[in-house]
Structures are given as structure tokens and as C-alpha cells.
Write a protein that binds this ligand. Sequence first.
Ligand SMILES: C[S@@+](CC[C@H](N)C(=O)[O-])C[C@H]1O[C@@H](n2cnc3c(N)ncnc32)[C@H](O)[C@@H]1O
Length: 263
Amino acid sequence: MTSTLFSPDRPALVRRLRAAGCVFAEDEADLLIAAADSAESLTDLVDRRVAGLPLEHLLGWAEFCGLRVAVDPGVFVPRGRTALLVAAAAAVAGPSPAVLDLCCGSGAAALVLHHRLAPRWLAAADVDPAAVACARRNLAPLGVPVYQGDLFAPLPARWRGRLDLVVANAPYVPSDAVAMLPPEARLHEATVALDGGADGLAVLRRVAAGAAEWLAPGGHLAVEVSAGQAPTLCGILADAGLDPSVVHDDDLEATAVTARRPG
Ligand SMILES: C[S@@+](CC[C@H](N)C(=O)[O-])C[C@H]1O[C@@H](n2cnc3c(N)ncnc32)[C@H](O)[C@@H]1O
């Protein structure tokens, strides 16, 4: 149901979106109609959608794990498969954990963990200023700080060796494969959000090394990768002194790895 003051031609809109390759054309039509406040703004939204802009960037939000997350232009759109990472992270968290959402993008994972866990401390961090601004919009109302910088570098030093849970959906697409991503990602999300270096694991190698320092004994790192990368990543985590464990969800086509710091 929409409360538009104009009368959009929904069937024509659906046909146009479908012809442009939008798989869920009916749903998208309804969302775009609801987002428009005039016939002109609807035409503008549909034109930009047909030209390839991600729906979420046009709407200004994405649905993630049942929550509405603000997503600004250029910022990584939270993917449905990352629900597995969040679930795996929540499953290994103890009571009142100190939690970091590293490589936070919009801050979607932190937002969900704020609701699922009762963290005694929760923070997020990202290197991209656009992502940090977006995450602050999502997290500042909850009192969750968002730091800007390379991985663990911007965090308050007092948390070194004291974090119970580090969640990191870091970039893991091999550099050569970035050109084969759908245009919505390749053209409208920052390269720093996608490109994981030669084998896709360059950032995650550094996350593993940092986690070994920043986790408390008994704390966990939780990361997302492709199924094919999981064995190599487990070796990297073990070399960093962490005990890895892989979870996979066929329906979500998602793989997450949790790794415990012994002690
Ligand atoms: C795949 S996106 C995931 C965003 C968010 N966690 C999510 O699931 O929607 C990866 C994020 O990692 C950030 N990133 C990449 N390299 C980084 C680094 N060295 N330090 C901190 N953040 C980094 C990017 O800016 C991007 O926001």
C-alpha cells in the first residue's frame, strides 16, 4: 500500500523495470512508488534505476536481518548472505561482550548485534570516509562510536587484548574478479569495499594478525569469505594463533569463519 498523491502507472513501471533486468520488478516498483513524492521524482528514480543504480542507493536504505539500514551512495549495500556472519558471530559471543564491527561499511552488522547481544561496549570502524559517515548515521543514535582508519589503528588503545568479538566483513573478491562483478557493485560501490587483493585474502590476513592482538583470551573473530577461500583462510587464522571453524549456509550461499583466541 502506498499513500501517493499522484497516480503512477504501476504495470508500465513493472514492465520497464523487468525489461531493464530487475528480477523483483513488482517489489521494486512498489518501493520506488512509495519513495517518490511526485510523478517527476518517480520518473527520476526509475530512470536512474534502469540506468543501473542499486535500488538501495536510490531508496537510501536496505533491509538487513529485518532492520532498515541507511545506505549512502557509494557505500557497500549489506548483502542478505551476511546474515550468516552475524548469526555465527552472535552464536560465539558470551554475555555482555565487548564487540567491534571492523570494515563496518554502513554499520549493518553492528546495528543487528546491538539488538541481538547486550554488549558492554560496541564500536565500528572503516577506512572509507563515506562509509564512516553512513555508519554514524545508523549507529550514533544508539551511542555506538564509529572510528575512521585502517583496520584496528583508529581504535582506543585501552581495548587492545580486551575485545570479546570482532566481526569483519572485509573485502574478499580477488582483484582479477572485480571486473566480473555485476555493474551495480562494480560501478556503484567503492573499490576499497570489494577488492581483496591478488587472492582476495589480503585484507583478511591483516585482520587475522590484528585480531590475535586485539582479542581477549577466549575471544572470537568472525569473518565472511567464499566457500573456496575458507580452507586457505583457516590456515592463515591458525598461523596467527587462532582456532578456526567454518560454517556454511546453502540457502544463503554464504560461508563464515569464526576463530577463537585460545586462553
Ligand atoms: C564488503 S564491505 C562490507 C561492509 C559491511 N561490513 C557490510 O557487511 O555491509 C567491506 C568494507 O571494508 C572497508 N575496508 C576495506 N579496507 C579496509 C581497511 N584497511 N580498514 C578498514 N576498513 C576497510 C570498506 O571501506 C568497506 O566498507
